[in-house]
Design a binder for this molecule. Structure first.
Ligand code: FES
Ligand code: FES
Length: 203
């Protein structure tokens, strides 16, 4: 079992603590936007934000995720409820036609969003260093343009990414981590658990 905050909601995922976070998200939380590619930390398809940093969810166990704040592609605009819409990197990927089959796209979006959070004017080298994601369709040149386009939009403030609010008790200073959602008991769950995995609200 692991207790963590996913897209602003505190959750308990009742799976083996050695289970990769990737499967906790997909099978436990029903958040299938995060993709499995290599399972080995090489492809980036499974990238999510953990405490505001892009991380490979296939290489982090649920046990290691205990108490941490996770944002997935489904929650990227969490906190933007009053400002719905695509994150600038999502719009830029569309505008630059940097999506083909789309399998790598969620991981790329999360890695790019994490980069733009700390550097809204990245150069080509910055993008190459931060986005090590593999794309079988070879969108790389368009990807660089898309990240720079999104950065320009964010700098101009015309389509700002709504930063996820901080979770008061778990987020590290300086990260854009989502806030814990509050139900009547301060707890809620997302997604539909699969038959062999359980998400349980905290008592
Ligand atoms: S599935 Fe995690 S890096 Fe490839
Ligand atoms: S768009 Fe197909 S793998 Fe990247």
């Amino acid at each position: 079992m692991a207790r963590l905050t996913i897209n602003g909601q505190p959750l308990e995922i009742r799976m083996d603590p050695d289970t990769p976070l990737l499967w906790g998200l997909r099978d436990g939380a029903g958040l299938t936007g995060t993709k499995y590619g290599c399972g080995n930390g090489d492809c980036g398809a499974c990238t999510v934000m953990v405490d505001g940093q892009a991380m490979h969810s296939c290489r982090l166990t649920l046990g290691e995720s205990e108490g941490r704040v996770v944002t997935t592609i489904e929650g990227l605009n969490f906190g933007g409820i009053s400002q719905p819409g695509l994150h600038p990197i999502q719009q830029a990927l569309l505008d630059e036609q940097a999506i083909q089959c789309g399998f790598c796209t969620p991981g790329i979006v999360m890695a790019a969003a994490a980069l733009l959070q700390s550097n809204a004017e990245p150069g080509e080298a910055d993008i190459g260093a931060a986005l090590t994601n593999l794309c079988r369709c070879g969108v790389y040149p368009r990807l660089v343009r898309a990240v720079q386009r999104a950065g320009a939009v964010m700098r101009a403030g015309s389509n700002p990414a709504p930063p996820p609010p901080m979770a008061a008790d778990t987020a590290k200073p300086g990260t854009n981590a989502p806030v814990a959602a509050s139900g009547n008991d301060g707890t809620s769950a997302v997604g539909q658990p699969s038959a062999d995995a359980t998400i349980a609200p905290k008592p």
